[in-house]
Design a protein around this ligand. Structure first.
Ligand SMILES: *Cc1c(COP(=O)(O)O)cnc(C)c1O
Length: 365
């Protein structure tokens, strides 16, 4: 069986060695030594002034928006071609997601369609570096500055990605990375916000610890989203091996490209100019191929190969948003077209060239 993903892990011995200290300190969470170490190491690895760690990426997104204190009902321009978390984080903060379509090349937000969606209620843009493809960050920056909007990137897929040598953690006002077990870099569950504004550090740290700002005062209604020491220890171990894991993913992607490039009716994402990829996902769009996406999905499954219809359904097309005025996949026709045809193929560091060949044989035959 080949699953769609398989978590990167250090050896059992390496993780045990890393967590040994915890039996001496008996300090399991609340900004412990492992948490502080991982935070510093990530600030260096991601080359960003500040990293705030979270128990998962979704809560990092929610807390980023919560920290802004936007008026209830404010609008955030985002895309529906994403994991539900992006849209949920907006709605759970009492804000309104306004869906911008994606472009047909790298499936990130179509920057030519943003300005038409801006109203007097718009406060921010929340684009997604989907599959690790970077958004047109320069164009988004120009639009945001012109209209006085904040920019928050859902960078859950973009850990370690660089554009012209600049880490993806440095774009916009803040970026969220997910360290979920299925992501390129994992802390079992986990996530982070990356940003430059010094003033945000204590605000975010307080917000993720119930709003407690001193032993006897609670400054505001916070939540609980702290990363614990076992998660941080997993992160410290995985970070030691991350470059090797990304290199192994790259080899698998190169084999996929070799087998599937130039096949009529199969579309692959072009490699982005100047971008150092993390090879997070391998999306394939079946558009005019002799079999549909759903047929390919089923044929792979018959051979015990699990691909994923990622992202289907679109977040503006899911049941819980059916009644929302801004929902409706017809408003984002490119995303709708893609969602019906895209399949992400299995991809993880230990996927072998033979595995890739087996998967491609099913698709091509
Ligand atoms: C994984 C993911 C998230 C949520 O991250 P968790 O760490 O699982 O909470 C958000 N957005 C996107 C695009 C994701 O893929």
């Amino acid at each position: 069986m080949i699953n769609v993903t398989r978590s990167s892990m250090p050896s059992y011995e390496e993780y045990c060695e890393e967590i040994k200290d915890l039996w001496e300190s008996r300090w399991l969470t609340n900004n412990g030594a492992k948490h502080r170490q991982l935070q510093t190491e990530l600030e260096q690895y991601l080359a960003v002034p500040h990293v705030t760690l979270y128990t998962n990426g979704h809560l990092a997104l929610e807390h980023m928006l919560d920290a802004m204190r936007f008026p209830e009902g404010s609008e955030i321009i985002t895309t529906p071609f994403t994991f539900v978390s992006t849209t949920h984080s907006i709605v759970r903060n009492g804000l309104v997601p306004v869906f911008c379509d994606v472009n047909d090349t790298d499936y990130t937000m179509d920057v030519t369609k943003i300005e038409a969606l801006i109203t007097e209620k718009t406060v921010a843009i929340m684009p997604v570096h989907v599959y690790g493809n970077l958004c047109d960050v320069e164009a988004i920056d120009v639009i945001a500055k012109k209209h006085g909007l904040k920019v928050f990137y859902d960078a859950a897929h973009a850990f370690g990605v660089k554009k012209n040598g600049i880490s993806a953690a440095n774009f916009g006002d803040a970026s969220m990375f997910s360290f979920h077990a299925t992501k390129v870099f994992n802390t079992i569950e986990g996530g982070a916000l990356c940003y430059a504004d010094d003033k945000m550090v204590s605000l975010l740290d307080t917000l993720k610890n119930f709003g407690i700002d001193s032993p006897e005062t609670v400054a505001f209604v916070g939540g609980n989203a702290k990363m614990n020491e076992f998660q941080a220890a997993m992160g410290i171990c995985n970070l030691r091996h991350i470059d090797g894991e990304i290199a192994k993913r790259k080899a698998a992607v190169e084999q996929y490209r070799k087998r599937l490039s130039g096949v009529s009716g199969i579309r692959l994402c072009p490699e982005q100019a100047g971008v150092e990829s993390n090879y997070a996902y391998f999306p394939v769009v079946f558009d005019g191929y002799r079999h549909t996406r759903d047929d390919i999905f089923a044929m792979l499954k018959e051979q015990d190969i699990i691909a994923r219809k990622y992202f289907y359904p679109l977040t503006n097309d899911i049941t819980c948003y059916a009644a929302m005025e801004t929902a409706g996949a017809d408003k984002t026709p490119v995303a709708k077209h893609l969602a019906a045809r895209v399949l992400t193929l299995p991809l993880y560091a230990d996927l072998t060239v033979e595995d890739v060949n087996r998967i491609c044989d099913v698709i091509l035959q």
